[in-house]
Design a protein around this ligand. Structure first.
Ligand code: TXA
Ligand code: MG
Length: 342
């Protein structure tokens, strides 16, 4: 089943698959999710198997109504309501203590549960019509970039899941901001479109998990999924950081050197610099003035380089004002933290 979304009958069919314990991929505003019944331990196990994901890496439970959160939380931390009012439905995931209704298979053995109310109309209709809460990680093979369209899902998961609801390309292109409310001061475990400043406007003090800022591998991120090497393209990616002129000339030189020794090279360029590069597979991520476009295009570009089979990738760096932190977090991981200052 792969069809245009928002067709009530199709969502009914997808909902029946979920109720029967099967898996359906669906669009959200951030990335595509791989959904199963959050209360069904065997559905969660199937999700891990389809993705090739370690089963200690918990899933996010997707809801369409706030009362569903109350149904599965052991307690609601004090900031829950204010954050939900401000940012749900939307690209924010909240971590709260779980009660016994949610199986440990869904939470990777943890006593907390991650919950998100997506804003994508197809996702909302799908969850509502299924009559279930939907456990869903990103719908990619573990270790590949998250899918930002149905074709990416198909490439990774065809034959392993019962259906894909095609809702076209996603809007944001990076996974939700994860905010842990289970330990007092709200803590960002994964940066995303909803920034620290936006959260602080609503609840005051917000921390960032030291494990995602530190280069020191001994400081472990709290979210299990942030510990794995993730979003890794097949080619060896290096971020080049500095003034535009210096970056362009470094990349041109490095590309020429690599190509002279017979290597295939990819370059992540911006509209502003595209014409300044002289060789290699040059892909334009968007304009520096449009950070939303940079976020939206990043994963598709990394996948494209995999298809092109490039062995080395050079990327400009994108410390843009608002979601630059989320973009660079993903790019750093894709690069295995390899950045050169020029
Ligand atoms: O935007 C998104 O969040 C997308 C869409 C589909 O909603 N989903 C997504 O799921 O990115 P996934 O599974 O790829 O990432 C979930 C992250 C993982 O890093 C996981 O370790 C973390 O959330 N997580 C889930 N439950 C947690 C918990 N109880 N405590 C700490 N981290 C948790
Ligand atoms: Mg993921």
């Amino acid at each position: 089943m792969e069809q245009q979304a928002s067709d009530e009958a199709l969502l009914e069919e997808a909902g029946a698959i979920i109720r029967g314990g099967g898996l359906v991929a669906f669009p959200t505003e951030t990335v595509y999710g791989l959904g199963g019944d959050a209360m069904n331990p065997s559905a969660s196990q199937k999700i891990y198997a389809a993705k090739g994901r370690p089963s200690d890496n918990p899933l996010i439970v997707h809801i369409w109504d706030f009362s569903q959160l109350e149904e599965i939380a052991a307690t609601l931390p004090p900031q829950t309501k204010a954050l939900a009012d401000a940012f749900w439905p939307g690209p924010m995931t909240l971590i709260v203590p779980k009660n016994e209704k949610i199986p440990y298979e869904t939470t990777g053995g943890l006593d907390t549960v991650a919950v998100r109310m997506p804003s994508h109309p197809v996702a909302r209709d799908f969850i509502r019509i299924s009559g279930r809460m939907i456990a869903a990680p990103s719908a990619n093979t573990s270790g590949r970039p998250s899918p930002t369209n149905a074709d990416h899902v198909w490439q990774d998961l065809q034959g392993k899941i019962e259906g894909i609801i095609d809702g076209g390309s996603v809007d944001i292109g990076l996974e939700s901001t994860i905010v842990d409310l289970s330990e007092g001061i709200p803590t960002i475990l994964r940066p995303g479109y909803i920034t620290k400043a936006m959260l602080e406007e609503v609840v005051g003090d917000v921390r960032i998990d030291p494990g995602i800022l530190s280069e020191n591998e001994k400081v472990r991120p709290k979210a299990p999924g942030m510990r794995y090497k993730h979003y890794a393209p097949k080619g060896d990616l290096t971020i080049i950081n500095g003034s535009a002129d210096a970056v362009v000339s470094y990349i041109n030189q490095a590309t020429a050197d690599a190509m002279a020794s017979g290597k295939q090279v990819g370059i992540i360029a911006t509209e502003e610099t595209r014409d300044l590069y002289r060789a290699g597979e040059i892909l334009t991520i968007g304009s520096r003035e449009d950070e939303d476009a940079i976020a939206r295009n990043l994963y598709g570009i990394l996948r494209r380089f995999d298809e092109l089979g490039v062995e080395l990738i050079f990327s400009e760096s994108f410390s843009t004002p608002r979601i630059g932190q989320a973009i660079m977090n993903r790019l750093f991981k894709a690069a295995g933290h390899h950045m050169i200052d020029v």
